[in-house]
Design a binder for this molecule. Structure first.
Ligand code: NAP
Length: 377
């Protein structure tokens, strides 16, 4: 029996008849009219809202944000700029308020794209960006969260984003050479100066989250979290719950894998796609992990949902303060993704799918080498 088949049968034991039983989940038809944080009420909003963070450090956002990185960086082809500008504006029309970019995406070009597209709609949206790398000759050259560097990066990001403030500024990776308290203190000063509204961390470990939060309350932790990478459940999600910090899963579709559109013949353009170097995207790993797609597809087919929607709805069901930021370059995919916010699984369904995926052993590391060392610090 092949490895794929064995894995699928193992998962199928848990799935079995219950997946084929009459689906009980519901799709909520009621659009949300909620608005806060000074965002102008759009009127066309059809996406529910969620809150990241607590009290005066909170941010009310669309239940899913839009990850903008792939529009110009690390997702192989770079689509035509005009189409991406139209797509970003369309996203606002569709109710997305949270837009995610970073200095290092491109580098620089992604912030510039987002800035150009969204400047006319600035009052309706929240811009999130990140600092934390040295960039030399257009390449990432190690970490740098020194206070003077953070300030320089923010000044440049504001220009590229065509705005006078960044709504949520993340440290992209913890810098072992700079105490996290100094980083939090610098962002605190930038908040006082009105250049930044809220503070976030990315891939930080529990201890650094606590230390940073004591200096400047953290609104959101943005770290990888999906059905293929559930490590945050072991520690940082609990810390976020305790401290009232929101959680923003990045790569919530495992860089496209959970859509079922990536297969063993998919070619990643190495010059602009980190998946070409990641063990989880070798043809062997893609094939070995296919059982996950089988599970999502089977569950979705019974309910008129795509694998992507099941994967996103599962994340949204984990906690009401989880706000995934799937990336896409296609308005049709964006619509499909946003509809996942209207899916409410029953407790039993959530248990069934969670058990089924927990039985699958995911093949291939998510990061290696330097990239791995920079995570969960
Ligand atoms: N903080 C960090 O360190 C960090 C790291 C990585 C990413 N991020 C952020 O997280 C965002 C998302 O992450 P990501 O791009 O790595 O991974 P992702 O959101 O898991 O996957 C994006 C990929 O999925 C495909 N996709 C999206 N919706 C789809 C659908 N409905 N059907 C089929 N395919 C679909 C997209 O292709 P199409 O364009 O064809 O739809 C794209 O190639 C980024 O844009 C970035 O803002 C942050």
């Amino acid at each position: 029996m092949s490895h794929d088949r064995r894995n699928f049968l193992k998962a199928g034991v848990t799935l079995g008849a219950s997946f084929l039983a009459t689906p009980a989940f519901s799709i909520n038809p009621t659009p949300s009219n909620a608005t806060a944080n000074g965002i102008t009420k759009g009127g066309k909003t059809n996406v529910k809202h969620r809150t990241l963070g607590s009290g005066k450090h909170s941010l009310e956002v669309s239940a899913l944000g839009l990850g903008c990185m792939g529009m110009s960086y690390h997702r192989s082809f770079i689509p035509d700029k005009k189409s991406m500008i139209a797509m970003l504006r369309k996203a606002v029309d569709m109710g997305v308020t949270l837009f995610d970019t970073a200095e290092v995406y491109g580098p620089y070009t992604n912030e510039a794209l987002v800035g150009e597209a969204l400047a006319p709609l600035r009052k309706k949206i929240l811009l999130c960006s990140k600092f934390g790398f040295n960039i030399q000759n257009g390449q990432m050259a190690g970490l740098n969260s020194r206070p003077d560097h953070i300030r320089e990066v923010v000044e440049q990001s504001l220009k590229r984003l065509r705005t006078d403030h960044i709504d949520l500024l993340y440290q992209h990776r913890v810098d072992p050479n700079v105490p996290i308290e100094d980083v939090a203190g610098t962002v605190k000063d930038l908040i006082k100066e009105g250049k930044v509204r809220r503070f976030g961390l990315s891939e930080a470990g529990a201890e650094n989250i606590r230390k940073a939060h004591a200096v400047q309350p953290v609104t959101a932790l943005q770290s990888e979290y999906s059905l293929m990478w559930r490590k945050p459940e072991e520690d940082v999600l609990k810390v976020c719950e305790e401290l009232g910090i929101g959680f923003v899963p990045y790569s919530p579709l495992c860089r496209g894998y959970l859509s079922g559109f990536i297969h063993e013949r998919t070619k990643f353009i190495a010059a602009n796609d980190n998946r070409a170097t990641l063990p989880r995207y070798t043809p062997e790993a893609i094939k070995a992990n296919w059982v996950m797609i089988d599970v999502l597809t089977e569950f979705g087919n019974q309910r008129g949902l795509t694998a992507t929607q099941v994967a996103l709805a599962w994340l949204l069901a984990q906690k009401p303060w989880v706000v995934p930021i799937p990336g896409t370059t296609k308005p049709a995919h964006l619509q499909e993704n946003l509809w996942s916010a209207d899916i409410a699984f029953t407790t039993e369904e959530l248990k069934q799918i969670t058990e089924a995926v927990t039985n699958i052993k995911v093949v291939g590391d998510r990061y290696t080498g330097e990239q791995l060392k920079q995570t969960r610090n």
